[in-house]
Design a protein around this ligand. Structure first.
Ligand SMILES: Cc1cc2nc3c(=O)[nH]c(=O)nc-3n(C[C@H](O)[C@H](O)[C@H](O)COP(=O)(O)O)c2cc1C
Length: 228
């Protein structure tokens, strides 16, 4: 592979190419929830690929961050609160990091609209009922995957495929024996936003990207614009 050619292609690849929608922060709602819902609906309506996919960043006890992509399973707006819901395995790296340090960040980027949203806040694990509902609402392939192994643990050896297949056979057996079985570590989490920033890219010559940041103060939100 010609890395130099690849580097040149990288530099020539456009971002925020447009045309992009406008965004006038003066008309933005006083709270971030309705704006999130509005932008998400726009993304779904306009066929933005996988708009429910987001990046979750956590940090270990020494403050070293790590990120990975997850699915947004839902969101709740209620009395000034904005919660983003996702599901994972408590024993995974992210689950262990959240256990030690519950503060995390979420990020979405919807290229077709040149929109980025980020939210930070404290994450809590919801109760077992939520985990059960989430897990049992999934299709069989996802439930088999949920029982297949210990997410983020090291697979043994250098050719672990047979081990993986054995784990899948065991997972199928567990589900066949009890279709209502839920893995112990399957957990639904909610990040309660204490900050949310909405970035609307500007593909025009001014490149005046609008950045509107909301910060939570108890049940109230304050908002202000940031330099792009
Ligand atoms: C499009 C996409 C969606 C994903 N959705 C989830 C999800 O909802 N929950 C989850 O635990 N992992 C999901 N993953 C896998 C994670 O990115 C990650 O590999 C896994 O959770 C282990 O992360 P960790 O070792 O940092 O804990 C998804 C991956 C992709 C590419």
């Amino acid at each position: 592979m010609e890395y130099q050619v690849l580097r040149e292609r990288l530099c020539r690849t456009p971002a925020l190419a447009g045309p992009l929608p406008g965004f006038d922060p003066r008309n933005a709602p006083p709270e971030p929830g309705p704006l999130f819902a509005h932008w998400l609906a726009d993304a779904l309506d306009d066929g933005v690929p996988e708009p429910h996919v987001m990046t979750l960043s956590t940090a270990d006890p020494a403050g070293r961050p790590s990120s990975r992509v997850l699915m947004l399973r839902g969101f709740q707006l209620d009395a000034g609160r904005l919660d983003f819901v996702f599901a994972s395995e408590a024993a995974s790296r992210k689950g262990r990091e959240l256990g030690a340090n519950p503060y995390a960040a979420l990020n979405w980027y919807w290229p077709r609209h040149g929109r980025q949203i980020r939210a930070t806040g404290r994450v809590t694990a919801l109760d077992r009922r939520a985990a059960r509902e989430d897990f049992l609402g999934r299709g069989e392939p996802s439930r088999i995957a949920g029982f297949t192994g210990l997410m983020s643990a090291q697979l043994p050896g250098t050719d672990p495929y047979p081990e993986y297949q054995r784990a899948r056979v065991r997972a199928r057996e567990i589900i066949a024996a009890d279709p209502q079985a839920v893995p112990e570590g399957h957990t639904v989490y909610a990040l309660r936003a204490d900050e949310a920033e909405f970035f609307q890219g500007d593909s025009g010559p001014d490149r005046f990207h609008r950045r509107l940041r909301y910060a939570r103060d108890g049940e109230r939100w304050t908002r202000g614009m940031l330099w792009p």
